[in-house]
Design a protein around this ligand. Structure first.
Ligand SMILES: O=C[C@H](O)[C@@H](O)[C@H](O)CC(=O)O
Length: 271
């Protein structure tokens, strides 16, 4: 089963276009799933969660989200992910229904993780995001944490968005988090939702294990998804293009402890 899911564009309801739908029924993922929707202005989407928690991220545009008798109007902080403005998200706990109505044309990512433990519905305003500038030389990247492990607002889900400019690498040096060996390393599956600027661009992403029993290098295009059931997962961005990806991570324990590939760890120590 390939790790790469190319974008689709299927109108599933009037004005609601399904761009991505990756879950346990069509992937190797057990702890994570994702939908990406493009909504025309005034279009609506609703869903009832079973034993899943969800993170609704307003990638672009302005929407109103309702869940559990709460209503969050006019959320969303940017017209494009490449505005590099932290956006708003809504956490919805298990068993609840939610609705999304687009006030402008909008793009929504819904991240899911199976659980029977529910946390309160919560608006995660963009201005609470912890911003990080990681890396040096040609592995500089901007990280906007949406739902990091030090925010105790979810049972399993971790959400983060990463910007990697032209000619740089990210998720690099290669690291993995596929061993349930805390405190040294946590086991977290990971989903990448990618966007490119300009849109015709691509990135290379390699997903591989120490024994190379899994070793897949992919050409990833705008709005593609890459799943990382295990292994290292570096991303390289060609000259002239900028990369965005949103990561969904989840596993047995909601903490992000990763292990750098030892042969490449020297990259971090350069002066
Ligand atoms: O494991 C996390 C993901 O690989 C990315 O979020 C990565 O950490 C981003 C980066 O620091 O390059």
């Amino acid at each position: 089963m390939s790790l790469l899911y190319q974008k689709q564009n299927q109108e599933i309801r009037p004005g609601v276009h399904l761009i991505q739908d990756v879950n346990a029924s069509n992937s190797a993922m057990k702890y994570t799933a994702v939908k990406v929707l493009a909504l025309d202005a005034n279009a609506s989407y609703d869903e009832t969660l079973g034993d899943f928690e969800a993170g609704i991220v307003v990638l672009a545009g302005k929407v109103t989200v309702t869940a559990d008798q709460q209503r969050f109007e006019g959320i969303g902080q940017r017209q494009s992910v490449f505005d590099k403005i932290p956006t708003d998200s809504v956490y919805v706990g298990t068993g609840l229904s939610f609705g999304i109505t687009a006030q402008t044309a909008a793009k929504i990512l819904i991240a899911y993780s199976p659980t029977t433990t529910s946390f309160p519905v919560r608006l995660l305003k963009g201005d609470i995001h912890q911003i990080e500038h990681r890396g040096k030389y040609q592995n500089k990247r901007l990280v906007q944490n949406i739902l990091p492990d030090d925010l105790p607002f979810a049972d399993k889900l971790l959400l983060v968005e990463v910007y990697t400019d032209s000619g740089n690498w990210s998720s690099y040096p290669p690291h993995r988090h596929d061993h349930d060996n805390l405190p040294t390393e946590s086991l977290l599956e990971e989903i990448y939702y990618h966007e490119m600027q300009p849109k015709q661009g691509f990135v290379f992403q390699r997903v591989y294990t120490d024994d190379h029993s899994l070793d897949e290098t992919m050409t990833v295009q705008n709005q593609d998804v890459v799943i990382v059931p295990k292994g290292y997962h570096p991303v390289g961005v060609p000259d002239g293009y900028d990369s965005y990806y949103l990561n969904i991570m989840a596993g047995p324990t909601r903490v992000w402890h990763f292990h750098n590939a030892p042969e490449h760890a020297w990259i971090i120590d350069r002066k």
